[in-house]
Design a protein around this ligand. Structure first.
Ligand code: BGC
Length: 695
């Protein structure tokens, strides 16, 4: 039987321009140009330049460093994570939804599509992906990121970067530990080196080391008392020395730069969106005082010029505007939505039959609910809502109600489908100048969710409908986990549809009627209670970060989630039939035989976790170290191969760096962090590996 690879790095990297250029040639071009530049011209490369027009942009793009006399093209930066944020564009499902696909190959295609739309709009730097770890699902920008798990986030972020860099420069953000929204401009994230390297940075490292991201955006917050924009531990020691990052760092926008000399010296290369701290007069004054050396200015300018030459921005081939919202991208948005929905409960109600009489209930059924209205907002020409999806479904018989109908009315329906959840008014990027209640087309203030429960009117809608209807299906629109504990027992089916993008309605109809078999899995656990997730204060000015959050935190406390990380049902059932673990020179090869034991075709998402059993340091009980997606027809069996490298098994020591300990490692295979039927233990004695006898 042939073996399918769970993850194929070469395939993900293919087409990424940053991995293809001739470094020596680019270096010499950049150095030659630098040698002809005046100080004034150099400084111009170090800050945003055009900042008028719509939202501080011109046609939605933020420019920096244009110099036609020197034939230096400008960067034209644009958001963002769920699509091109300029004019109309394809709105993809939000990244958290894409995280639920557990499908880096698909995410690469999304990165390519967004990168291509950015290029078609005249942009050349894509301000995405957002790869801040979901420390708590209440984070206002949870929807912009992929996961609570650094390994999962690492592969998804890398895939997006590689895809986007087929067309433009990508800029993973926000470096680092930006995971509280309401106080993001001032909060201090305290962390030790171990948690920093093991939990909060591995995914950034992967985007840079394997994805060769051309740039990176620093964060607003402080880390260990120093603002990220002037934090030399992050920007110099970790980025440049440890990871060999050769791209440039740009600041986050409103208050992302806090100083002149400390920022420039620490390695903040470009102040965005315009010069304030990096104004010529301020830089010259600092140079006169000896606080900034010309060598440092040259170093930073070179980082900028190198990427301009590497990506050939001067001679960039233009991409046709017709690629924006083209058929191919719209159908990709639909495919992604279909692969992102997570079925959490299904007591014999889904898929629906067209002969059934459906009551479609809730305002959100007719609302274009694409996600927050911060910097990641995308406008699409057409948005397919859940209502549109059902209306266009051949033969579907349904009636729409804004509120819960009376019992007598609901009795006439076979099933009630309630669309409930959040909108941009409940969660999103925090924009202090706006009102929480802003509505209409424009931005809203956003912020964190202080409670993981739905707004009271949404919970009531579910509870009332389920008490009156024969059967109730809830379609949940959200940017991350929800506390559904109080109403889950009253309904028959729960399908998490996130913010499903501009083609969401079509994907919903296909899933409800069984043409698509749900294959999304939770990239963040759903708790039994808010308390299970640990402390969460949306007004905190100091936040301690450690090794434990999400499933690691629950494991640590010997607790179980309501729906664990990695969980999701299907209309069929999968089984692990066999596991063979082989030790190679520097990695393990783990071949898992999987079967579809049900009657319909489906996609399974096997996962591999590793525990270190007798470590000399405290470790999470288990950590995700591999996952894959496999399409299996009814009764089909296939083999999937995971590769676990030694570097995936290390812990970080402040003095020694990454340490591969001599101890016992247990490999677990299964379908969620709480469903791991298979395990095998291996011993490392410092030199060689041996398999332990099965208990
Ligand atoms: C956000 C960034 C975004 C930038 C430009 C900032 O406020 O934090 O994520 O890229 O604005 O829109």
């Amino acid at each position: 039987m042939s073996i399918i690879k769970a993850f194929d790095l070469k395939e993900i990297q293919r087409g990424n321009k940053a991995l293809e250029f001739d470094k020596t040639h680019v270096d010499s071009l950049a150095k030659a140009r630098l040698a002809t530049m005046s100080l004034e011209e150099k400084i111009e490369q170090l800050h945003g330049s055009k900042s008028s027009g719509d939202m501080g942009t011109e046609k939605g793009l933020y420019w920096s460093g244009e110099n036609s006399a020197q034939e230096i093209p400008p960067f034209k930066m644009v958001d963002g994570p769920r699509g091109l944020r300029a004019g109309f564009a394809t709105a993809f499902p939000v990244p958290m939804a894409r995280g639920a696909s557990f499908d880096p190959a698909l995410e690469k295609r999304v990165g390519m599509a967004i990168g291509e739309e950015v290029a078609a709009a005249g942009g050349n730097v894509l301000l995405a992906p957002t790869i801040n770890l979901l420390r708590h699902p209440g984070w206002g920008r949870a929807q912009e990121t992929y996961s609570e798990d650094p390994f999962h986030m690492g592969l998804m972020g890398l895939a997006f970067v590689s895809g986007a860099q087929n067309f433009v420069l990508a800029s993973p953000k926000h470096f680092a530990l930006n995971n509280l929204e309401t106080t993001r401009f001032e909060v201090n994230s305290e962390i030790d080196e171990r948690a920093l390297h093991e939990v909060y940075l591995p995914h950034f490292r992967r985007s840079i080391v394997d994805g060769c991201a051309a740039s990176i955006m620093s964060a607003y917050n402080k880390v260990n008392g120093t603002y990220c924009g002037e934090n030399s531990n992050l920007l110099e020691r970790i980025l440049r020395v440890d990871w060999n990052f050769e791209g440039f760092v740009e600041s986050d926008w409103l208050l992302g730069t806090r100083s002149t000399a400390p920022s420039i010296n620490a390695g903040m290369d470009i102040e965005m969106p315009a010069a304030y701290w990096f104004k010529r007069e301020k830089i010259e004054e600092s140079m006169a005082k000896g606080e900034i050396l010309i060598e440092t200015i040259d170093r930073n300018v070179l980082r900028v010029l190198r990427q301009k030459f590497a990506f050939g921005l001067n001679s960039q081939i233009s991409v046709s505007k017709a690629r924006i919202e083209c058929e191919e991208h719209l159908s990709l948005a639909q495919e992604v939505a279909e692969k992102s929905f997570v079925l959490l409960k299904n007591e014999g109600v889904l898929p629906l039959k067209v002969t059934q009489n459906i009551a479609l209930i809730g305002k959100l059924a007719v609302t274009e609910n694409l996600g927050d209205r911060g910097s990641s907002m995308v406008r699409s020409t057409n948005v397919s809502t859940p209502f549109d999806g059902l209306e266009n479904w051949n033969g579907a018989s349904f009636t729409y109600f804004e509120d819960a109908p009376e019992s007598e009315v609901l009795e006439g329906f076979d099933v009630a489908v309630v669309v409930a959840g959040y909108t941009y008014q409940d969660e999103g990027e925090y924009i202090p100048t706006l009102n929480k209640e802003s509505s209409g087309d424009d931005l809203a203030r956003g912020g964190d969710r202080s409670s993981m429960r739905l707004p009271i009117d949404q919970e009531q809608l579910i509870v009332i409908v389920s008490s009156r209807a024969k059967k109730t299906v809830v379609l949940l629109e959200t940017g991350s986990s929800v506390n559904v504990y109080s109403w889950i027992d009253s309904i028959e089916a729960l399908l998490v549809i996130w913010y499903p993008g501009c083609e969401g309605g079509k994907a919903i109809a296909r899933t409800l009627f069984g043409e698509v078999n749900p294959s999304g899995r939770l990239p963040a656990l759903f708790p039994k209670s808010d308390d299970q997730l640990g402390e969460w204060d949306i007004n905190a000015k100091e936040v301690k970060h450690g090794l434990f959050h999400g499933y690691r935190y629950l494991d640590h406390n010997h607790e179980r989630a309501l729906f664990p990380f990695g969980f999701g049902l299907s209309y069929t059932e999968f089984k692990v039939k066999s596991v063979i673990i082989n030790r190679n020179k520097r990695h393990f090869s783990i071949i898992v035989g999987l079967s579809n034991a049900g009657k319909v075709d489906g996609i399974c998402v096997p996962q591999l976790y590793v525990s270190c059993l007798n470590s000399r340091v405290e470790r999470p009980k288990k950590e995700l170290k591999g996952f894959g997606r496999l399409s299996l027809r009814a009764n089909e069996k296939l083999n999937l191969e995971f590769e676990v490298r030694d570097s995936d098994l290390c812990f970080y020591d402040r003095k020694e760096g990454w340490v591969l300990e001599d101890c016992l490692y247990r490999f677990f295979i299964g379908f969620s962090s709480d469903d791991l039927p298979f395990s095998q233990t291996w011993r490392f004695d410092g030199v060689s590996w041996t398999q332990e006898a099965q208990e």
